[in-house]
Ligand binder design. Structure first.
Ligand code: GLY
Length: 376
């Protein structure tokens, strides 16, 4: 029987717990019931998660006498846009969800972001519980209150900060992820070690392969440390005026690569984060900020995990360095026309750099692109 870990996110009157453990869905009703004014919740999920886990959630709620109504949306990033958002809000109104009710987001990052935003605006804000079912959502998107949808102009451009009331990260559901989806989420796990905890990165170098192979104790430990680090940063800077940007280590590169690959199956978000972290360390090393060995160590760990680590690992053509930099220029994190990067003085020592030398950046990308096999 594995341990159940709780990470508290101390945000004053918006404080909440993130509970992490195997089999939490079975006790979801008992865990959510203290927040309910009446024993009924509205659950929003997607077709993939719904088919695998909705019956288990319904049973877990019913065990504590909690009824559920459910809306099942199509899976995939394209759901995170106005049409499904409007459908969700209107469905919640049809279900007569009131201010004192609780909405449950049951799925990966797309569902968590969309449902959190729906909860933020419904009747000027109702409470919501996150039950994240992907590794990426458990360690990143379900914690910290960023909610929203995509716009034609870019990802996550419409949204609100709205903290959940409770997060239930059931590591048991991670067993139903494909290896690729699990490893994509692991990109965000590795990011935490790289940005702020060298000892955690060492732990991942040791335990990462066992985690990928299904070791639940290692999974719980890694999810707990990731959530703890995220909570510490969010508590310091809830609305990203400063330190929260550290969570974007690897993300400026990632956003350009995701745009260049059309947000397609060629590159999953966490894969882009992993490659982006390797490039951020490469850039840091070339700027003389960290040891030359650090980027190699990052890549060695990603390779050991069987993950993408270089631009060469992305199938198909990529645009040239200038085009990638232009795609970075469209990133919403541009401040006064200058590119913001998260760089590092070593493993676990990331910092925000506001004005990165374009020549060095171009050099890093040009060299990284040189090893891309150009196939038609
Ligand atoms: N995913 C980055 C953040 O929550 O700030």
């Amino acid at each position: 029987m594995s341990a159940i870990e709780t990470v508290h996110v101390p945000l004053g009157d918006r404080a909440y717990d993130v509970v992490i453990g195997h089999g939490l869905i079975a006790s979801a009703g008992a865990r959510i019931a203290p927040f309910l004014a009446r024993p009924r919740v509205a659950v929003v999920t997607d077709e993939t998660v719904g088919a695998l886990h909705l019956a288990a959630l319904q049973a877990g709620l019913a065990a504590a006498g909690v009824e559920m109504v459910a809306l099942t949306l199509p899976p995939g990033e394209s759901t995170k846009a106005w049409p499904q958002f409007t459908r969700t809000v209107e469905w919640l109104l049809e279900q007569k969800i009131e201010r004192r009710d609780v909405v449950v987001a049951f799925g990966g990052g797309v569902i968590g972001d969309l449902v959190g935003f729906a909860a933020a605006v419904l009747r000027r804000g109702v409470r919501f519980v996150q039950i994240p079912t992907s590794l990426l959502a458990q360690v990143d998107s379900s914690v910290g209150g960023k909610t929203g949808i995509n716009a034609p102009q870019g990802k996550n451009l419409i949204g609100a900060f709205h903290q959940p009331t409770l997060v239930l990260a059931d590591t048991g559901v991670l067993t139903t992820l494909t290896t690729r989806d699990f490893l994509s989420g692991y990109g965000e796990v590795a990011k935490y070690g790289l940005l702020g905890d060298a000892a955690f990165f060492e732990q991942l170098e040791r335990d990462g392969p066992a985690m990928a192979a299904g070791d639940n104790t290692a999974r719980i430990a890694a999810v707990r440390r990731s959530v703890e680090m995220k909570a510490e940063i969010v508590v310091r800077d809830e609305t990203e005026q400063g330190d929260r940007a550290l969570l974007n280590l690897g993300h400026t590169f990632c956003h350009a690569l995701e745009a260049a690959t059309g947000y397609s199956d060629r590159l999953l978000h966490g894969e882009g984060v992993a490659i982006g972290c390797a490039l951020a360390f490469e850039l840091s090393a070339r700027l003389g900020l960290c040891a030359q060995e650090d980027p190699s160590r990052v890549r060695a760990h990603l390779a050991e995990m069987g993950m993408k680590k270089d631009l060469a690992d992305i199938p198909g053509d990529l645009p040239d360095a200038d085009a990638l930099i232009a795609l970075m220029g469209q990133d919403k994190k541009v401040v006064d026309g200058k590119l913001r990067f998260i760089l590092a003085r070593g493993i676990g020592q990331a910092f925000v750099a506001d004005d990165v030398d374009a020549h060095t950046l171009r050099g890093v990308l040009t060299d990284a692109l040189r090893v891309v096999p150009h196939t038609a």
